[in-house]
Design a binder for this molecule. Structure first.
Ligand code: CA
Length: 525
């Protein structure tokens, strides 16, 4: 990455005209300055802007002829639709998007990283569970089999919070796992296993202490025995961990609420006995994703997350990255980084499945980009994907999960999910994350009730305006005030502090909890 700066050694001036080029082969770069730069602006290297260029948008570093490749991140992100003179704004409408990379003849495990030096001595204070997983929070989660019970569970949760929770000071919160699934769905259709295993696996998230409690209506398609099959989590037991609203013992609404509260109190008594203990950083399971991305995402926040991800992997932890449509255009980079041919094949299988899923809806991966992405300077999904993938750092990819599957190994894992923020977050919670890192350029107040979310801003201006929503400011990388490694290490340490409960994220402080959003590719009846 190179900056167009004043003479080497000259004092840093934040307001100086700046651009950032990501790779020496790139023929475009992005404008750094808040508010953009007017036509006629000279850069220290002699380049003069021919147009006004908004912040984060691309400028041509050389004369481009119609049909020339537009190169950023050393990757062709598009082709010039007309001649573009040096110094011009390379605006979205002059860029033609390349087709998606075919899924054959990919490089397989060709870049399996050199053995990394282990990072030792980093620990956090966590709640160890009987199955070996470690929670970063101590939460009573009430699973639901069907959306019909949502209102009743919410009513009960409010009373549990007010009347029971104060008696159990070691328990952080009580939440309802509410969703729109469970009935009125083709429950045996291909794809239905995704929402079902997502709900099953959420119930055993490490932050919930390993013993779920559930509320069922009684007549729904997703029966408790189907959600929690025998041999899995013991929850068939009406009265001890399962409340069925249609059960004959319930006479009147209050008797349902009292059943839920009695069951909840038994769980609260068990959860209250949990204590934090020192755990190696290897017990962290960190999900990373981005949302409301801009052209800085791939320059500042995502590379810093990538550095933190490398540190975590070196410390023996698990890191999950996701968002199929935002890695699809970089699939060759990912199969090259797969630890072996099986992992590469699993990654290709997930891409093929998702291509078919999008095709069925009459679209392709280009349906991903939002108006805000484009306003932030991202011309298309190829450019967005190149900036998104860097969250994964440089480690070898050691495993692949289908949507909602539980993680069972350490290292860098590709968890295939849609890029949609809450769907991705929900699936990562099911896969077993105990920490979540979320980068944003446009700004989003994203939060999860079940797992702490650290939010990383890509730009100084966002960090300034959203000072009480953003936990880390990676914008300092663009202005040269900090390096990728500085911010990455700061994030790594913040992850340990938040995991230990020593620090709270802004989303926790304000209790910003977005509802879960299930991924259900199967038909609704
Ligand atoms: Ca996302």
């Amino acid at each position: 990455m190179s900056h167009a700066l004043a003479a080497p050694g000259a004092p840093l001036r934040i307001d100086e005209p700046r651009y950032i080029r990501m790779h020496a082969n790139d023929n475009v770069a992005i404008v750094v300055n808040d508010g953009g730069l007017p036509a006629g602006t000279p850069f220290p290297d002699g380049l003069v802007l021919l147009d006004r260029v908004p912040q984060g948008h691309k400028i041509a570093l050389k004369d481009l002829a119609e049909g020339d490749a537009i190169v950023r991140y050393d990757v062709t992100i598009g082709y010039a639709l007309r001649d573009i003179p040096r110094g011009s704004w390379v605006e979205e409408s002059v860029v033609r998007m390349p087709p998606a990379r075919a899924l054959d003849n990919l490089p397989i495990a060709t870049r399996a990283a050199a053995p990394v030096e282990p990072l030792e001595g980093y620990t956090f204070m966590g709640f160890r569970n009987a199955d070996g997983t470690v929670g970063t929070r101590n939460i009573l989660a009430i699973s639901t089999t069907v959306q019909c019970v949502t209102g009743v569970v919410e009513f009960a949760v409010n009373r549990i919070r007010a009347e029971l929770l104060p008696k159990y000071p070691n328990v952080d919160d009580v939440i309802g796992i509410e969703h729109s699934y469970g009935c009125g769905v083709a429950i045996d259709a291909p794809g239905a296993e995704i929402p079902i295993r997502t709900l099953r696996n959420i119930a055993s998230n490490p932050n919930f202490g390993g013993q779920p409690m559930a509320v069922s209506l009684g007549c729904e398609k997703l029966q408790p025995a189907r959600l929690f099959p025998a041999g899995g989590i013991p929850i068939q037991d009406i009265g001890s961990s399962l409340v069925v609203l249609q059960d004959e013992q319930h006479v009147g609404f209050m008797s349902m609420i009292e059943s839920i509260m009695r069951t909840a109190e038994r769980r609260l008594q068990q959860l209250d006995k949990r204590r934090r203990e020192e755990c190696p950083a290897a017990d962290l399971v960190v999900g990373v994703q981005c949302g409301g991305s801009d052209a800085f995402s791939g320059v500042t926040a995502n590379p810093a997350v990538g550095h933190a991800s490398d540190l975590l992997v070196r410390a023996g932890a698990t890191v999950m990255f996701s968002e199929v449509t935002e890695v699809r255009d970089g699939i060759d980079q990912l199969t090259a980084r797969a630890i072996n041919a099986d992992v590469a094949a699993a990654m290709v299988r997930e891409m093929e499945w998702y291509d078919a899923y999008l095709r069925k809806g009459g679209v392709d991966r280009s349906a991903n980009t939002s108006p805000g992405n484009k306003k932030g300077g991202l011309s298309n999904i190829v450019e967005k994907a190149m900036g998104s993938i860097v969250k994964s750092g440089s480690s070898a990819i050691s495993g692949v999960l289908s949507p909602g599957e539980k993680v069972r190994q350490k290292g860098l894992i590709y968890a295939a999910t849609p890029a949609s923020d809450f769907v991705c977050g929900t699936l990562q919670v099911a896969s077993g994350i105990n920490m979540h890192v979320f980068t944003t350029g446009r700004g989003t107040p994203y939060g999860l009730a079940s797992v702490p979310v650290i939010k990383v801003a890509t730009r100084n201006d966002l960090a300034r305006r959203w000072h009480d929503l953003m936990d880390v400011n990676a914008g300092r990388i663009a202005t040269g005030e900090a390096t990728i490694e500085d911010v990455g290490f700061e994030l790594f340490q913040l992850i340990l502090d938040v995991a230990s409960g020593r620090k709270k994220t802004w989303a926790e402080h304000w209790k910003l909890h977005n509802p879960l959003a299930l991924f259900n590719p199967a038909p609704i009846t």
